[in-house]
Design a protein around this ligand. Structure first.
Ligand SMILES: Cc1cc2nc3c(=O)[nH]c(=O)nc-3n(C[C@H](O)[C@H](O)[C@H](O)COP(=O)(O)OP(=O)(O)OC[C@H]3O[C@@H](n4cnc5c(N)ncnc54)[C@H](O)[C@@H]3O)c2cc1C
Ligand code: FES
Length: 518
């Protein structure tokens, strides 16, 4: 998302390079017409596409070729080498393509195609629904609406969101935007005009309070009326767990989920000197980092011995703690807050901390209320099958609320990852149209702590072996979380290609093993 143009590197490909310079199944970075271009070769075929990822400008030349696709090293988006199409979130826009000419042992990059070919219209199997309604204007809801139009669905798409902002890049709310390093215009997933142009009826500040499964009608809050649907996607996400200790309702005690939450924290931080973050979750720690960038004194209070140990293991936990300590964060681990009075947080251990601002990052819970009232099957989330359909035919669920049969772990899992929510939204979109596409993508998330990004592929709720390559303290490592000898998840720092390779290997494995029953 950087506005800086990517510097040019490598040869001018319009002048031609020897074909032998592009290894089979390999890539060569160069430029043409003043733009970074990636040449990729598959046997006798050579492709030329933009070398810059459309998500956050990641360097595709440092990514991985998998079949006819290239994967971005930063957040694992995937682009079609033939068309430039963004095949996989978090990128939602295509990259440009160039034609090539091979002559006398050289390949020349020629014409740029400004717009990728339109995606072929996906014919629904069976009758196309006339009205698709999406509840939720977050990652999954947006990705579903966008995908419906990308595959040229012609029917009505209504997106209902009780947020007051159109879909935003939520991960940025605890990172650059909160730190004051990203302008607000980076946040919307699409400009305001997109929805009207695409015929997506986005209704903000619209709270859905009920689903009549029999008559296929939604009820809106405050007498807002009833909305009929033929097929429905529930993408209501998750909400922060609220503190229940005395003083939790004070105006200086905040949580972070929406753009409005983020703006409250920024407004408070402007006049604050000291902040206390409760919880050493990913979001809590990213908030701590952002507030340090804003020069606040930051204390983190959390019950665990090491931050993130349960998910990433003790070595990574120690590293994360030391990264934050090196940036001035003070930890109070194996401790909890028992009350907040004015600008003072009382700790269970007996001490008190001064705090002009308290941010509670103590976890989230899936918003399953609508699904529960509608009688859908629940199990710590909304239970869906491999096609993301709930127990009510015609109603799908995606994102933080969905518990789906994960073919890799052979367990029904629910995760709270941005990319997973978007990918599920895209898969659900096709299945809303009557396709039968399984959600078999390997879960991926990233988290950023100052200049240290952590990547995680797979899902390991529990593991019995942790194998470490490299040096965790040196921030150059790859950790494999195994159960009974099988790798369930891989976490890494500074090992982007290996992380992509691990993901590709898991994808293959996931395709080869049976799917559990939902
Ligand atoms: C600050 C922050 C930083 C994050 N950073 C990362 C990260 O770095 N990497 C990562 O992988 N993940 C990250 N996540 C997690 C990621 O954002 C979520 O997993 C993702 O947003 C889930 O998408 P979703 O569509 O399921 O829910 P959401 O994006 O939360 O969207 C849910 C939508 O449903 C609407 N809604 C809910 N109930 C109703 C109702 N009854 N009626 C109408 N509308 C309703 C809400 O207003 C919202 O628009 C972060 C989350 C937060 C909050
Ligand atoms: S920059 Fe490429 S996926 Fe994020």
């Amino acid at each position: 998302m950087s506005e800086e143009p990517t510097p040019l590197a490598g040869p001018d490909l319009s002048l031609g390079v020897a074909i032998s310079q592009v290894p089979d199944a390999g890539m060569l970075l160069g430029h043409a017409g003043g733009e970074p271009v990636l040449l990729a070769r598959r046997a006798d075929e050579i492709f030329a596409i933009s070398a810059v990822c459309t998500h956050y400008s990641g360097p595709l030349a440092e990514g991985l070729l998998v079949g006819d696709t290239v994967r971005c090293p930063w957040h694992h988006a995937c682009f079609d080498l033939r068309t430039g199409e963004a095949l996989r979130a978090p990128a939602l826009s295509p990259v440009a393509c160039w034609s090539t000419e091979s002559r006398d042992g050289k390949v020349f990059v020629r014409e740029k195609s400004l717009r990728p070919p339109r995606m072929p219209r996906r014919k629904p199997s069976g009758e196309a629904p006339e009205r698709i309604v999406i509840v939720g204007g977050g990652a999954a809801g947006f990705a579903a609406a966008e995908k419906l139009r990308r595959v040229q669905y012609q029917g009505s798409v209504v997106m209902l969101s009780n947020d007051d902002a159109p879909p935003v890049d939520r991960p940025n709310l605890s990172k650059d935007y909160l730190a004051g390093k990203a302008p607000e215009d980076w946040l919307p997933l699409r400009p305001a005009s997109f929805y009207a142009e695409q015929g997506i009826e986005l209704r903000l500040k619209t709270d859905v309070t009920g689903i009549d499964v029999q008559s296929r009608v939604l009820t809106l809050a405050d007498g807002g009326g009833r909305i009929p649907y033929d097929r429905l996607l529930l993408a209501t996400g998750a909400e922060p767990v609220r503190l229940t200790i005395p003083g939790a309702g004070q105006s200086n005690v905040l949580t972070l989920r929406s753009l409005a939450d983020c703006q409250h924290i920024i407004a408070r931080a402007a006049s604050a000197r000291r902040a206390v973050v409760l919880g050493a979750s990913f979001i809590g720690l990213e908030v701590a980092a952002a507030l340090r960038t804003r020069d606040l004194d930051v204390h983190v209070v959390a019950p665990e011995k090491r931050p993130m140990e349960r998910i990433l293991g003790p070595q990574m936990g120690d590293l994360i703690r030391s990264i934050h300590q090196d940036h001035g964060v003070v930890f109070h681990l194996e401790d909890t807050a028992t009350g907040i009075g004015g600008n003072r947080v009382t700790l269970k251990s007996g001490g008190t901390l001064e705090a002009d601002l308290v941010v509670a990052g103590i976890g989230v819970r899936p918003r399953t209320e609508l699904a529960r009232m509608a009688g859908l099957r629940l199990d710590r989330g909304v239970v869906v099958d491999a096609y993301l359909e709930t127990s009510a035919p015609g109603i799908f669920a995606a994102g933080d609320i969905a518990r789906w049969p994960d073919p890799l772990s052979v367990e029904n899992i629910r995760v709270e990852h941005w990319v997973v929510a978007e990918q599920q939204g895209q898969t659900a979109a096709l299945n809303l149209l009557g396709h039968r596409q399984k959600h078999a993508a390997v879960p991926f998330f990233w988290s950023q702590h100052y200049d240290v990004p952590i990547h995680y592929v797979g899902h390991a709720e529990a593991w019995d072996e942790l194998a470490i390559d490299g040096d965790v303290a040196a921030k150059d490592c790859l950790l494999r979380f195994k159960r009974k000898g099988r790798v369930l998840a891989v976490a890494s720092i500074s090992r982007d290609t290996e992380s992509l390779k691990a993901e590709a290997a898991m994808e293959q494995e996931a395709g080869a093993i049976p799917t559990p029953a939902a």
